[in-house]
Each structure stands twice: as C-alpha cells, then as structure tokens.
Design a protein around this ligand. Structure first.
Ligand SMILES: C[S@@+](CC[C@H](N)C(=O)[O-])C[C@H]1O[C@@H](n2cnc3c(N)ncnc32)[C@H](O)[C@@H]1O
Length: 277
C-alpha cells in the first residue's frame, strides 16, 4: 500500500508474468513513440552517452538484455558489431524488433525469455560486450542477471548498462519550483524502500497511457551487485541534456537539476574473482 507521503504507487505484483503482460500491453505505444523519434530522453540524454560508453564495437559479439524493440541492439549492429543477440521477455516487443529487422536486415538474432534464465543457457565466455539499456530496472532479479553477464563475458569483456537513477527515481519525489513555476530542485524520499514501484507512462508522446512495474533498488545495491559479480568498474556516467536539446524539448531541463540516469561500465578481469553469496 502506498504510504501517505508517497507520490508514486507501490506495486501490488512484480514477477515474470506481470512484467511480460505489462510490456506486451505497452509495446505498441512504446514502439510508436520510438519510431516517431519522440523518445527525447533517449535521443538527447542517456542514448548517446550509452553508445559512447560502449566505445568502439567493431568486430565485437554483443548480448543486449531487455532489448525491447531492438533500438539499442540495432545501434550496436550499425556501429559494426559482428554478432548481436537481443533478449526480451515480451513477445510483443519482439514482434516489433523482428519487424524492424525485416525492414532493414542487420543480422540480429532475438531470443524470447527471462534474461535471468536465458543468460545461464548461453555458453560461458562467449561475448565481448553485454549491454542493458534501461532494462535492468524492469527485471525482478537484476543481481542474477549481472552475475550472468559476468559469466558469459570473455576476459577483458565489458558490461555496460544504463538505468533510471536510483537516487532520484524514488517512491517519493516532488519538484521544487520557483514563483514562476520553473523547476529548481527535487525533493526525494523513501530512498531506502526497495519494494517495487509502478511507472505511469502518461505523456502526449504515447498514443495510449500504460503502466509498467520496476524494481527500486538503492545505488548501493546496484554497485554491490556489479562489484561482487567480479567486475572492475571502469566508468560511471550521469548524462544530461545540452542547452540546444532543452530548447527543443523543455522537459529535459530535469536532467540538469538532478541526475536522471546513470551508466555503469564494468570490465571482466580474470584476476578478480566473483564473491560467492
Ligand atoms: C524500458 S524497455 C527498454 C527496451 C530497450 N532496451 C530500449 O532501449 O528501448 C525494458 C524492456 O525490458 C524487458 N524486460 C523486462 N524484464 C525482463 C526480463 N526479466 N528479461 C528480459 N527482458 C525483460 C521488457 O519487456 C522491455 O522490453
């Protein structure tokens, strides 16, 4: 039940079936907004930073977890990755991914299933790069997925993910505004409440409103999963939008007041052993 001061709903259900169902319902609106170029946080904030964080991907074999309609998988293939496999739990998201692959063949293979299971059925040490673009936050067991990413990476391979920022994407959050209504700060609360959260996707960008449920782990939990899995953290990025992007999409001013996304770059290093739980 939502506490009195909470501005966001707590989830009543968060498991593989509910996640699959929610993303199946969301899929047409999500794909439509992406294809019409309205996903402005991606286009002007975390998207370019996530691509940069992956560095030169020419000749690499890439596994993209929670690939959705394949936006990021396609970027990896377009930038020269020789093999890209996308994994997603939502059949409807993959209908769009495969339709886009039909329209323009990049040789991407899509696998339907829970990333936390699929990743343990793939051969060990078989990828150069594992990515998760705003998707770990939608998964019920991200710690298991992160350990799986370490397992399927070759030595010196990298794991790069972006998520909504756990410090600001909290159950209680309220913009502080000046007398003219401009945002000047963000109040957050319930940071340490790690129960799942409901995201309401209500915006003129989406042709119908939808809800998805995601996890709500602290920054400490995320970083411990990455470190305990055996990754050496090579970079940590809090992307924000440029003045030009904010002039075009004023809603992006959020990203300059408080961090909206984070990007973590971890490297598998054979000398560092994973911590056993
Ligand atoms: C916000 S979308 C991001 C999609 C894509 N990475 C992108 O950049 O547009 C999150 C995706 O994660 C998928 N997802 C959620 N839980 C999953 C799981 N356990 N295994 C695989 N995919 C999952 C959802 O179906 C959805 O397509």
């Amino acid at each position: 039940m939502t506490k009195k001061n909470q501005t966001r709903e707590q989830a009543s259900r968060f498991d593989l079936n509910s996640v699959r169902r929610e993303w199946d319902v969301a899929s047409n609106a999500y794909a439509d907004a992406q294809e019409r170029g309205l996903d402005y946080y991606r286009l002007n904030c975390f998207g370019p930073a996530m691509v940069d964080a992956c560095g030169n991907v020419e000749g690499l074999e890439v596994l993209d977890l929670g690939c959705g309609i394949g936006y990021f998988s396609r970027q990896m293939a377009e930038k020269g990755a020789t093999k890209v496999i996308g994994v997603d739990i939502s059949p409807n998201q993959l209908v769009h991914a495969r339709r886009l692959e039909e329209q323009e063949r990049l040789g991407i293979e899509y696998i339907e299933g829970d990333a936390a299971s699929v990743i343990y059925n793939l051969p060990e040490a078989s990828f150069d790069l594992v990515t998760a673009c705003v998707s770990l936050v939608d998964m019920p067991d991200p710690g298991r997925v992160i350990r799986g990413a370490h397992r399927v990476l070759q030595d010196r391979g990298r794991f790069v993910f972006t998520n909504t920022h756990p410090v600001t994407d909290t159950k209680t959050r309220e913009w502080v505004r000046d007398a003219d209504g401009n945002k000047i700060g963000l109040e957050i609360g319930d940071y340490f409440d790690e129960s799942p959260i409901v995201f309401n996707w209500i915006s003129e960008r989406y042709k119908y409103p939808f809800q998805t449920t995601g996890n709500s782990y602290t920054l400490q939990s995320w970083m411990r999963w990455v470190i305990n899995a055996g990754f050496v953290i090579e970079d940590f990025i809090e992307p924000n939008a440029t003045d030009e992007a904010i002039a075009e999409w004023p809603g992006l001013d959020d990203t300059r007041i408080a961090p909206t996304f984070l990007i973590v770059v971890g490297r598998r290093d054979g000398r560092v052993k994973p911590q056993v739980d």
